[in-house]
Design a protein around this ligand. Structure first.
Ligand SMILES: Cc1cc2nc3c(=O)[nH]c(=O)nc-3n(C[C@H](O)[C@H](O)[C@H](O)COP(=O)(O)O)c2cc1C
Length: 299
């Protein structure tokens, strides 16, 4: 009997859709029929964003508040595999991704079903993925694979270029000087390789070694500095979100958060990373290795 696969995701720019299309192409080419569902919020998020709208979604992202999605119908009552595309917003699952995870239709099919997650992020997706993992676990889904595509340029460079992309709506080179933002075309194309591996496991119906094989193909790369910054920033974002949601007038607080973010990234992070590199990192190599292994895995 032919296998039933659901690929469900949200995308604003279309980047995540391109990634999903490449991922599933080896499956569709070999005759697997895939139900592809691109969800849309009932009130769509602006793209390109304005600065105000962009920062306004931070508290709900961080606090995991879902939004209403346009109604969608799944064709099957169960699947052999679910591919969930999600993106990180403010170190959290994007509001639409979180809304998929909480949606009754998704919840009704995810129980006891193998799930592969895939993201197209700037470069900080670990905390968002931890929350996706928890949500899947709570719904009874079985996470069997995870793929994280990122912008591989240095952190400050991708910070500048993503804002150019998000605020102009075009994935092109800022001032013709900076590199293209987001996940590179090569990495998007390379996603097909993961699809071929997934196909083999789908045929077997046994998933225990999938993530090991995906890792051999470079499906996840954990960079220490980014992991370190993210682990600190996640907690600080939660404090900001907690403060901002209690304010009647959020705008001045969101502006303050924006400036905090700029100072944190361009001034505080390099200092903290230097101190860490001298005084702490050299003595924590075993712990760092364990953390990297954990975040690369699906447990
Ligand atoms: C509001 C907002 C916040 C974002 N925050 C993060 C983040 O914390 N970490 C990250 O790696 N990327 C972040 N991104 C980038 C997205 O994860 C994603 O790469 C980009 O929006 C393109 O996705 P798309 O397929 O929906 O167009 C953010 C994007 C938006 C719009």
């Amino acid at each position: 009997m032919s296998k039933k696969v659901l690929a469900i995701y949200y995308t604003q720019s279309g980047q995540l859709e391109e990634i999903i299309d490449n991922l599933i192409s080896p499956l569709t080419e070999s005759g697997v029929s895939i139900e592809k569902v691109r969800v849309r919020p009932q009130v769509s998020y602006p793209f390109p964003w304005t600065g105000k709208d962009f920062f306004a979604v931070m508290p709900d992202c961080v606090q995991g508040v879902p939004t209403q999605l346009e109604p969608f119908q799944l064709k099957e009552s169960s699947y052999d595999l679910i591919i969930l595309g999600y993106q990180a917003w403010f170190l959290s699952p994007s509001i639409p991704s979180n809304s998929i995870l909480n949606h009754p239709s998704f919840q009704s099919v995810v129980k006891n079903t193998p799930v592969i997650t895939i993201t197209g992020a700037r470069n900080m997706w670990i905390s968002a993925m931890e929350r996706v993992k928890k949500s899947l676990k709570d719904s009874g889904g079985k996470l069997v694979g995870n793929i994280a595509l990122v912008d591989r340029h240095p952190n400050p460079v991708s910070f500048v270029t993503i804002f150019h992309w998000m605020f102009r709506g075009k994935k092109d080179r800022y001032l013709n000087i900076f590199p293209k933002p987001g996940v590179s075309d090569e990495d998007i194309l390379h996603t097909k390789v993961f699809g071929q591996t997934i196909k083999q496991y789908l045929d077997k119906g046994e998933w225990s070694e999938l993530q090991t094989d995906l890792l051999k193909q470079d499906a996840v790369r954990i960079k220490y500095n980014l992991m370190f910054i993210e682990s600190k920033a996640r907690k600080i974002f939660a404090v900001w979100a907690g403060i901002i949601v209690k304010k009647k007038k959020r705008t001045p607080w969101l502006v303050a958060f924006k400036y905090y973010l700029l100072i944190a990234l361009f001034i505080a992070a390099p200092i903290i990373l230097t101190v860490d590199a001298i005084f702490f990192k050299p003595f924590l190599s075993a712990r760092i290795k364990r953390q990297k292994q954990y975040y690369s895995g699906v447990n």
